[in-house]
Design a protein around this ligand. Structure first.
Ligand code: TXA
Ligand code: MG
Length: 310
């Protein structure tokens, strides 16, 4: 298959409107989108990614009024989250309406909805005229793409279109919040933090690993480079062939073949997945990562690292 690589929103929307799929940039990671109402198109996403059919997609909207079309029973705390954080790097799980095909939600009676803040993503959804269902645009199991180059690595010749845009501003997938219960529950931490959401509802919880899995995506091994991922332990200065380091601590970085010293947790989050891919490209065998405290964005970084370590 020929993959069109374009910076034209119009051209990309045309392909999606005709029942095709296309990768596009967002502020979190690149997505692989299709018309939410077109079951055939949705199944192309699962096929291209090699994604298990029981892992539901996030539906992207460009107008808040589309919330009411896709979802029902939106609790007051969810409305507050929407007022404060839409558009932005957060997805809400709500009870779904009939109109949403089962393939999108993997048969669940709930739907994940997100309104991206990325201008090019919003322009694309507006141009399509319907909500766009989109998982991250990576092969199932590999790190999420934060640049169109990563999308090309995974999908050149395998999907009809890639919309080129800037590198992802945040570099980690959205915060996923279950809004179907009495109080909100964070299913996947992201750059909208637990602390920020606590200000809206103080009873909000982060679903720890020991709790029952209600977000299907959480049970799959994710975000993994080919290299092994480990936490860095102590500083040594021997040359460690085939090893790489990413983190905040300069002292730990000595002796590694490839390093990325980040000046903040935000930068760590932004660079993590692209560093994973970079390491695979140059044949790194083990990537050592700094542990960070599970505060703010640190919670999301630790969640992704634990998954990559497996
Ligand atoms: O930042 C993002 O959210 C990116 C960009 C493209 O928007 N998308 C993304 O999609 O990360 P994906 O498919 O890689 O992750 C979606 C997560 C999965 O863990 C999935 O299980 C969960 O959201 N999810 C989707 N619908 C759900 C539902 N109805 N109930 C529980 N979890 C759901
Ligand atoms: Mg994903």
């Amino acid at each position: 298959m020929k993959t069109i690589v374009t910076d034209s929103v119009k051209e990309t929307a045309k392909i999606i409107k005709k029942g095709g799929i296309a990768a596009f940039p967002t502020e979190t990671v690149y997505g692989l989108g299709a018309n939410v109402y077109d079951e055939k198109a949705i199944s192309k996403i699962f096929k291209a990614k090699g994604r298990p059919g029981d892992n539901p997609l996030i539906v992207h909207i460009a107008h808040k009024k589309h919330l009411e079309i896709l979802a029902r029973e939106i609790p007051e705390y969810a409305r507050k989250i929407i007022r404060q954080f839409f558009p932005g790097p957060i997805a809400l799980i709500l009870k779904k309406n009939e109109i949403v095909p089962d393939v999108v939600t993997a048969g669940l009676d709930t739907i994940a909805i997100r309104m991206p803040s990325s201008k090019i993503a919003l322009d694309l959804i507006k141009e399509c005229g319907f909500p766009v269902a989109a998982p991250s645009s990576n092969l199932s199991g590999s790190p999420s793409p934060t640049s169109f180059v990563h999308v090309l690595q995974d999908f050149k010749g395998k999907i009809p279109c890639i919309l080129i845009g800037p590198k992802a501003k945040f570099g980690l997938e959205s915060t996923v919040v279950d809004c179907t219960g009495r109080d909100p529950v964070i299913l996947r931490p992201g750059v909208v933090t637990l602390e920020q959401l606590k200000k809206i509802n103080k009873n909000i919880k982060y679903q720890s690993r020991t709790l029952k899995i209600i977000s299907p995506g959480q049970k799959y091994r994710h975000y993994s480079p080919k290299a092994k991922v480990r936490f860095v332990k102590r500083e040594t200065s021997n040359l460690k062939r085939g090893t790489a380091y990413i983190g905040l601590n300069k002292k730990f970085a000595k002796g590694f073949e490839h390093v990325n010293i980040c000046s903040s947790v935000e930068e760590y989050a932004k660079h993590l997945f692209s560093f994973f891919r970079e390491c695979d490209q140059i044949g790194i065998k083990t990537i050592y990562c700094d542990k960070v405290s599970e505060k703010g964005v640190g919670l999301a970084i630790m969640n992704r690292l634990m998954k990559a370590i497996g």
